[in-house]
Design a protein. Structure first.
Length: 583
């Protein structure tokens, strides 16, 4: 994926300078001074060497008055450097570093390779070094990414924030990274948006455009609500007067507290009929609803979920939105006193769970019902579990606020907590799945949530080609059951089968390529199709296969790591048309 690297230069052209010698203070304790008055340090970054198998070292960054300005955890290299990460520095700062490894296995602190490989630099090389980096899915330039956060659309720009570790490619140091796009496909990296403070790390949340200045931060201010994850999980807000580029944290944080260890991931939206903001929060294995007129003072309304759906793991990343049934029109267009039209609206509650997915690990379930601004009433049987995507790698799915044309556009995290920290990349870890437009349809008397790739993706279609490439869309017209095999010259393959009689679609990635990094990775995933499939759409992008029924009734997202791209397709029971995708 092409990115405008506005945050950092793409090539490391400036001369790097070795860092000063550390002060060794004990078996596990050292300090490092960043320049001084006699020998000032003018570089922008200290490049920290990372070795992923090591324990996290705790680093406190102190200013020239020895007051702490930042704290972070980094797997500093002991005997091998996997990659470097940049720490922004200022002259006179002091790094107070505590290691947590065992001296008997790591050796003497003074001999750690990190001291030899730390360097000062004014630039950081973000040139892609990963063959598995997707071409048309969003990824961070470097570091770890998980849940999408705070997504909104304003003035022709889609804003995506995400859970981000800028100091390594495994989960840690949660901040909000930020990317922007004008077409949901080409993303431009932006500076970090919200960093941790003394209330805690910045966990998942949402953002809204306050067009009527209900919160008093200014008309059209962007307000982010997120979980402050410290000794307790509490909810905080921050506001932006420049369209979401920079944020100021509200002095009255936290704005919501509760006596529960898992109390997080606020999703805010405006409820028209009660003229209030509503936030839905994940609390253990239920959700709670709160209301507010000003985003600062919140009142508890109700809870939902104790007896519904899957409870094999912690509930996370909720979302709640209204849709018209069977594509009759968008929910916004259905604001009318005509009762016949009102019956065509339903609410969908997305609820991510980990573990407890249909094939192990994390997944996204959903509930259909009604919401009156106070209480959600589910129309489904309490014992029924509906999954939004039946792949192994679809999680933390939430929707964009203020999407144009009344659309409900969702974006997932494309990984699974069972192995997300171990997938075979180093420079970065994790991508987002394809953006998808959501609708609800009635099939056999049951209301289901449908997902179709967002219409912006059709602009990627290039010429028709005869064989698959590492970045392509394959459209398969089927009549009855169909068998599909993608393979490469190494004999690696992914097999798929649509069983028309059983109304079932399955994908087998057990022989897809590198499956060695986790016992949980090789698997077969199976999805109901809710009726006949007439056309399948397969999106291939270097490390992923996303399969959709063209009508949206089935979606399946799976990662794959072939040693070479799949370049052969065999279809029995259908006809394939292959489009090269041009990011």
């Amino acid at each position: 994926m092409k990115k405008l690297l506005t945050m950092m230069t793409a090539l490391l052209m400036a001369v790097t300078v070795k860092a000063q010698t550390p002060m060794i203070l004990g078996e596990n304790h050292a300090m490092l001074r960043i320049g001084d008055n006699k020998s000032p340090q003018t570089s922008k970054y200290l490049l920290l060497p990372v070795q992923e198998k090591e324990e996290n070292a705790h680093i406190a960054v102190l200013d020239s008055r020895n007051e702490m300005v930042k704290r972070l955890n980094v797997r500093l290299a002991v005997d091998k450097v996997d990659y470097l990460v940049p720490l922004e520095i200022r002259n006179g700062q002091l790094l107070d570093i505590t290691f947590h490894g065992d001296k008997r296995t790591t050796g003497a602190l003074k001999d750690f390779v990190c001291w030899k490989e730390m360097k000062y630099s004014n630039t950081f090389d973000t040139t892609n070094r990963e063959k598995f980096r997707p071409a048309y899915h969003h990824t961070p330039l470097y570091g770890w990414m998980n849940d999408p956060n705070g997504m909104f659309y304003k003035d022709g720009v889609w804003h995506l924030y995400y859970q981000y570790n800028p100091y390594g490619s495994q989960w840690e140091n949660m901040t909000w990274g930020h990317s922007t796009s004008r077409d949901l496909v080409h993303w431009e990296a932006q500076p970090m948006a919200i960093e941790g403070d003394w209330l805690g790390a910045i966990f998942s949340g949402s953002a809204i455009v306050d067009k009527d200045n209900t919160a008093g931060f200014g008309r059209n201010a962007v307000i982010a609500m997120y979980t402050s994850a410290g000794a307790a999980q509490t909810q905080s807000i921050a506001y932006s007067a420049d369209g979401g580029q920079t944020f100021t944290k509200y002095a009255g944080n936290p704005v919501i507290t509760f006596n529960a260890p898992d109390f997080r991931d606020p999703k805010v939206f405006w409820h028209e009929s009660t003229n209030r903001w509503i936030v839905v929060l994940a609390v253990g294995q239920e959700v709670q609803f709160y209301s507010s007129t000003n985003m600062k003072e919140w009142r508890y309304e109700s809870s939902f979920g104790r007896e519904y759906g899957s409870h094999d793991g912690v509930w996370e990343c909720p979302d709640l939105f209204e849709l018209g049934v069977n594509g009759s029109s968008s929910a916004k267009q259905l604001q009318t006193p005509n009762s016949s039209l009102l019956t065509q609206k339903k609410w969908v509650l997305l609820l991510n769970i980990n573990p407890g997915g249909p094939f192990g690990g994390s997944a996204t379930q959903y509930f259909v019902g009604q919401f009156d601004g106070h209480k959600f009433v589910c129309e489904d049987n309490p014992s029924e579990t509906k999954w939004m995507d039946y792949g192994k790698d679809h999680y933390a799915t939430v929707t964009f606020h203020n999407a144009p044309e009344g659309r409900i556009v969702a974006l997932p995290w494309m990984s699974n907590w069972q192995y997300a920290n171990q997938v075979p990349t180093h420079q970065f870890r994790s991508a987002n799945g394809l953006p998808r437009d959501l609708e609800i349809k009635t099939v056999g008397g049951e209301t289901i949530l449908t997902s179709t790739p967002s219409k912006e993706l059709t602009a990627l279609r290039g010429k028709k080609v005869k064989q698959p490439t590492e970045t392509c869309e394959i459209v398969i017209d089927v009549k009855g059951s169909a068998d599909i095999t993608l393979s490469n010259v190494k004999g690696e393959q992914v097999t798929m089968r649509y069983d028309a009689q059983q109304q079932e679609f399955r994908m087998d990635r057990t022989k897809s390529g590198d499956v060695s990094f986790s016992e949980a990775f090789p698997c077969v995933t199976v999805a109901p199709t809710y009726g006949a499939i007439r056309q399948l759409r397969l999106f291939i992008d270097r490390c992923s296969i996303e399969a959709f029924d063209a009508e949206g009734k089935m979606a399946m997202t799976n990662l794959v790591f072939p040693s070479e791209p799949y370049n052969t397709i065999k279809v029995k029971g259908g006809k394939a048309t292959i489009y090269a995708l041009v990011p």
